[in-house]
Write a protein that binds this ligand. Structure first.
Ligand code: A3P
Length: 296
């Protein structure tokens, strides 16, 4: 499992109407037949919306009593398995989940809502969806694709942004993803829909919303501990949570914990790109009442 042994980057292809790679489709039947449990907690996001951040918050809320052992030796991506991941040489997400000995299971997914295994709906497992504004998501995804050798080559920023708008990204269109989960949320009480921007603006408030959704009543001490541990600068230094334990990442190119800001898109978008993006965005989003903040 050395870095040199990794195969070439995967290519993007259309899978049941959504752009995907083989790393998230080759285990399809096992993913679709996954047996969820009523006490499973699923963290669903389009890539780069803060899945790791919320994963760590939940892991600390549920398993702080197992620290420090767990914190010092088990990387977050093993504590919170990635449901659809299927990369040769690595344990599949489904197998990791079936072998987890801790409960509840905290599960990561990037699947669009209509791809989610049926069992999650049958079991009424709790689902936390996190959405992040499209512009910051695009920038974050670009840098992520540069450093993640399990993702297709991103190419240059301007062509990348164009493909982001067209939904030619792994896990498909950002617009379809955030809208699909938003619509589902209107009909299901087991979904909590959060925004990355709100988490940045007032972490404590969102932490309280998470706890009440999960029927958790942590002590003030534990809540303060969690808030401290998940501060961007602390998580960035935390080897079990900052992605440095993930073998497909090349930190020489870009860190996983990159900036953690709202509005970094302004350092990447040209005026012309911004105008084009806004025009396209309004068309894609006009059938939805979803509102995002691109600055705070
Ligand atoms: P940036 O690339 O903009 O810095 P995901 O975990 O879904 O892949 O999302 C990754 C994004 O969330 C990255 O955004 C990362 O820096 C940011 N992030 C992760 N932990 C964070 C934290 N504790 N506070 C703020 N942002 C965080």
């Amino acid at each position: 499992r050395s870095k040199m042994a990794l195969p070439p980057r995967p290519i993007l292809f259309e899978f049941r109407g959504v752009s995907m790679t083989k790393y998230f489709t080759e285990n399809w039947d096992n993913i679709q037949n996954f047996k969820a449990r009523p006490d499973d907690i699923l963290i669903a996001t389009y890539p780069k919306a803060g899945n790791t951040w919320v994963s760590y918050i939940l892991d600390l809320l549920y398993f702080s009593h197992m620290l420090p052992k767990r914190k010092d030796s088990v990387p977050l991506h093993e504590r919170v398995p990635f449901l659809e991941m299927y990369i040769p040489g690595f344990p599949s997400g489904v197998n990791e989940l079936n072998q987890l000995t801790t409960s509840p299971r905290i599960i990561k997914t990037h699947l669009p809502v209509h791809f989610l295994p049926k069992s999650f709906w049958d079991q009424n497992s709790k689902i936390i969806y996190v959405a992040r504004n499209a512009k910051d998501t695009a920038v974050s995804y670009f840098h992520f694709d540069r450093m993640n050798r399990a993702q297709p080559e991103p190419g240059d920023w301007s062509s990348y942004l164009q493909r982001f708008m067209e939904g030619k990204m792994v896990f498909g269109s950002w617009h379809d993803h955030v809208k699909g989960w938003w619509e589902k949320k209107q009909t299901r009480s087991n979904i909590l829909y959060l925004f990355y921007e709100d988490l940045i603006e007032d972490t404590e408030k969102e932490l309280n919303r998470l706890c009440s959704f999960l029927d958790l009543a942590p002590t003030t001490e534990l809540k303060n501990q969690v808030r401290e541990k998940v501060l961007f600068d602390n998580m960035r230094k935390d080897k079990m949570a900052n992605g440095s334990a993930d073998e497909v990442f090349d930190f020489k190119i870009s860190p996983f914990m990159r900036k953690g800001k709202v509005g970094d898109w302004k350092n990447h978008f040209t005026v012309q790109q911004d105008e084009q993006f806004n025009e396209h965005y309004d068309r894609e989003m006009r059938d939805s009442d979803l509102q995002f903040r691109t600055v705070l």
